[in-house]
Design a protein around this ligand. Structure first.
Ligand SMILES: Nc1nc2c(ncn2[C@@H]2O[C@H](COP(=O)(O)OP(=O)(O)OP(=O)(O)O)[C@@H](O)[C@H]2O)c(=O)[nH]1
Length: 310
């Protein structure tokens, strides 16, 4: 029988399921082994923004984002070869596409049924926009410092670890700028804790404007910050640190009617071939920062100035 006729027949036979699948709260899409839609329920029409009668008989591509179309076809074909009920692509995140072009995050459960001797795949499609947004927000929050919007220490460590692997693999030079405010305690003592907070927030805002999108700005302690500069040799990192240091020195912070200034001591470190792990770089940066504080603060100290950089 020609494929089109077969599909027409399938559409007719599968419509017997309509009263049942229309009563389900999730979208249901029934497809044949040629990726043609034989039947959908009304929730599917609503979810994908197409009239049910348009979806019926259409190619599955009408509801799959172009980018994932080939992979999706392969999955469906693979499913017909090994038809056990299962979530589609365990641990994978799927999206459908609405008639207006927006993507809809979905979870898909798939099973086969036989209708008048023809095997079809029945997918139960659930819109999981809310869960995905929640998941992304929780992940973002778990690595973000609320006050400054910078990443936190956990993210700093993870990113630096990844940079160290990149350095070992391909020799990619990455540097880190570490800095700590000078006599920060006296700002809190003199002008109040809110003044200290303003310094942290305004400084973070300024730094964001100085960085490239791939740089990773972190607040790694109370008044201690770090910036990872991927693919940046130490000389360039030192220049950037000096520019930021001067900007902070020139900034006027304001709390109500009181204006005040502050400075920072910074250190710069870069991976060395002797580094067994990212910790070694952090230790060097800490040492250099300490030497900068001891030398009088408000300066940039490089790992190169240490007697023994390693
Ligand atoms: N306002 C404010 N203060 C903070 C925050 N986190 C840490 N601090 C304060 O930062 C101060 C850090 O003090 P110290 O470690 O003695 O350092 P410092 O006074 O900057 O001295 P040096 O680093 O030696 O120049 C402490 O008084 C902390 O209470 C914060 O989120 N907000």
């Amino acid at each position: 029988m020609p494929a089109e006729k077969k599909l027409d027949q399938l559409i007719t036979t599968s419509s017997r399921l309509l009263p049942f699948i229309d009563a389900l709260p999730d979208a249901v899409v029934i497809v044949d082994s040629n990726h043609k839609i034989a039947l959908v329920n009304s929730p599917a029409g609503e979810m994908f923004g197409h009239p049910v009668d348009i979806l019926k008989g259409s190619d599955l591509s009408i509801i799959i984002p172009k980018l994932h179309l080939d992979a999706h076809r392969q999955r469906v074909s693979g499913y017909f070869q090994n038809p056990t009920p299962r979530p589609m692509g365990a641990n994978k995140k799927f999206c459908g596409v609405h008639a207006d072009g927006t993507e809809i995050p979905v979870d898909i459960m798939i099973n086969t049924i036989v209708l008048d001797g023809v095997q079809v795949a029945m997918a139960l499609v659930r819109d999981v926009s809310y869960q995905r947004e929640l998941e992304e927000r929780l992940i973002r929050e778990s690595v973000t410092d609320e006050m400054t919007g910078f990443f936190n220490r956990k993210h700093f460590n993870n990113q630096l670890k990844a940079q160290h692997s990149g350095f070992i693999r391909s020799g990619l030079h990455s540097s880190v700028i570490l800095f700590d405010f000078d006599h920060f305690k006296s700002i809190n003592d003199q002008y109040g804790h809110a003044a200290g907070d303003i310094v942290l927030i305004d400084t973070a805002k300024m730094i964001k404007e100085e960085l490239r999108p791939l740089d990773v700005a972190c607040r790694i302690g109370g008044e201690e910050f770090a910036v990872i500069l991927p693919g940046t040799p130490i000389l360039n990192a030192t220049r950037l640190a000096e520019r930021i240091r001067q900007k902070i020195e020139a900034m006027e912070f304001q709390l109500e009617d009181t204006a005040f200034h502050t400075t920072v001591t910074m250190s710069v470190a870069s991976f060395l071939s002797s580094d067994q792990s990212y910790d070694s770089l952090v230790r060097r940066a800490d040492k250099a920062l300490y030497s900068g504080k001891a030398a009088g603060r408000n300066r940039v100290a490089s790992q190169d100035s240490l007697a023994q950089p390693s």
